[in-house]
Design a protein. Structure first.
Length: 159
């Protein structure tokens, strides 16, 4: 039941407790109690709408930045990750296995804003040895939500 409740909330956090209770076959008070417990334990960290920013005039640019980092003794990657995630431009930070260490998703108003942020802020962090920037051309699916409509022009980015 616990993981089913979390799956339903992850799919749609706007379900009412009555709807969740009906789908799970349990009482509404049990749903409320379980959600409160998940929030208290930090299992549920927040609720967020998935926005298709491309449909707005004030759209923004996002990029995936790969960071190579020299971890500090006893702190590992934590100190650098905390510094990186403190910036408003940063949407997500992930520790990775493989060729690079941290994956950082960054947003800005223009390509130049993102490039400036990477050059002035991320690349200058003491433990960062290199950065690689990949600009997001189009989002098709985000947080398990499909963003493209079936009538979208599939070839709009092909030259």
């Amino acid at each position: 039941m616990k993981s089913e409740l979390l799956k339903l909330l992850a799919r749609n956090a706007r379900y009412t407790t009555a709807e969740l209770a009906a789908m799970l076959g349990i009482g509404e008070d049990e749903v409320e109690k379980q959600i409160a417990q998940y929030e208290k334990e930090g299992i549920i960290r927040g609720y967020k709408a998935v926005i298709d920013w491309e449909k707005l005039d004030g759209a923004y640019v996002s990029a995936i930045i790969e960071l190579n980092v020299v971890p500090k003794a006893e702190l590992g990657f934590e100190e650098v990750a905390e510094k990186v995630m403190s910036y408003n431009e940063v949407e997500s930070v992930y520790l990775m296995s493989g060729v690079y260490d941290l994956n950082v998703v960054v947003k800005g108003k223009t390509l130049q804003d993102v490039a400036r942020f990477v050059a002035r802020e991320l690349a200058t962090i003491d433990s960062v040895t290199s950065t690689t920037t990949h600009f997001v051309m189009r989002r098709y699916k985000e947080m398990d939500v499909q963003l493209c409509d079936s009538g979208d022009d599939r070839g709009q980015f092909w030259l």
